[in-house]
Design a protein. Structure first.
Length: 83
C-alpha cells in the first residue's frame, strides 16, 4: 500500500483545506502550525526529503487537524460542531 508523504508546506495546504471547509474560509493552517503539531506530539515525522526536511503521512496530518480543529475554530469565533 502506497503512503502519501507530504512536506511541511504540503501538509499545511491539506490541513487548510479541511479547516476552510469547516470555517467557511476563516481558518488556515500555516507551515509553522505543522511544525508545532510535530513538536507537541500531534504529528509524527515519517521521513526526510533529500534536503533533510521532514515528511509527514497524509493520514497523520488529517488526524492531527481533526484533533486540533475544535480549539482552532473557537479561536476564530466558530463554535465546535458535534456530529
Amino acid at each position: 500500500m502506497d503512503t502519501e508523504l507530504l512536506t511541511t508546506a504540503q501538509a499545511a495546504a491539506h490541513a487548510t483545506q479541511a479547516r476552510r471547509f469547516f470555517s467557511a474560509g476563516a481558518a488556515a493552517v500555516r507551515p509553522t502550525t505543522i511544525r508545532d503539531w510535530a513538536s507537541r506530539g500531534h504529528l509524527t515525522r515519517t521521513g526526510l526529503t533529500e534536503h533533510g526536511h521532514p515528511l509527514y503521512n497524509l493520514a497523520d496530518v488529517a488526524r492531527a487537524e481533526l484533533a486540533t480543529r475544535g480549539r482552532a475554530l473557537r479561536l476564530v469565533g466558530i463554535p465546535e460542531q458535534r456530529p
